[in-house]
Design a binder for this molecule. Structure first.
Ligand SMILES: NC(=O)c1ccc[n+]([C@@H]2O[C@H](COP(=O)([O-])OP(=O)(O)OC[C@H]3O[C@@H](n4cnc5c(N)ncnc54)[C@H](OP(=O)(O)O)[C@@H]3O)[C@@H](O)[C@H]2O)c1
Length: 173
């Protein structure tokens, strides 16, 4: 990553952002693209992903739309294979996709909703790390970003680093 003043240029870098169709994921995607990264925009719904991609293109950035359900390992693996094949590297993974916002008390939450939270916010993060980490380790500049929980990325970093060359150990910011 090249430093230009206080701002790091991400030219030549590739980022994957999950949940990139709206909200925080769309904003992170736009920022990464503005710094020069090619951004793979992931989410279940095509249309909002296309809006994010169009906004990035209009600003002169590069973004690819890749439909993906992070609760489905095959879907995540298909996107990882596509990124590897078409972009040839991966430097940044933003595990942003998530569900939440249920306002009521936990004892009133239906079990299906609890399953959806765990499958998206925990299993989905694991699936993405499982599918994308090998490509990132090859790129040797890997940075992983997990939303929400400060401890989760650290424990995952431990697993990642156990078999990896310390020189390319992923960093969590
Ligand atoms: N906003 C907050 O105040 C806040 C606070 C703490 C944590 N967070 C976390 O930060 C993240 C972003 O927040 P936000 O407010 O921007 O959320 P948001 O507006 O609800 O957007 C969530 C994004 O995740 C995608 N998504 C959901 N399930 C998915 C799945 N199974 N596979 C792929 N993509 C999926 C959604 O797209 P599709 O539905 O099209 O797939 C959507 O683009 C979330 O993980 C949220 O839990 C937010």
């Amino acid at each position: 990553m090249e430093e230009t003043g206080n701002i790091a240029s991400l030219a030549g870098h590739v980022a994957v952002v999950t949940g990139a169709g709206r909200g925080i994921g769309a904003a992170i995607s736009a920022k990464l693209a503005s710094l020069g990264a090619a951004v793979a925009l992931c989410g279940r719904t095509q249309k909002p992903l296309e809006s994010t991609a169009n906004a990035i293109s209009k600003s002169g950035g590069r973004a690819d739309v890749l439909q993906c359900d992070v609760t489905d390992l095959r879907s995540v693996e298909a996107v990882a294979a596509h990124v590897d094949r078409t972009l040839g590297r991966l430097d940044i993974l933003v595990n942003n996709a998530g569900v939440g916002g249920f306002g009521g008390p936990l004892h009133q939450l239906p079990p299906e909703s609890w399953d959806q939270v765990l499958n998206t916010n925990l299993r989905g993060v694991y699936y993405c790390i499982r599918a994308f980490a090998p490509i990132m380790i090859r790129a040797a500049t890997a940075t992983g970003v997990c939303r929400g929980c400060a401890n989760a990325p650290r424990s995952l970093a431990g697993s990642w680093s156990s078999g990896a060359d310390p020189a390319v150990e992923p960093k969590f910011n």
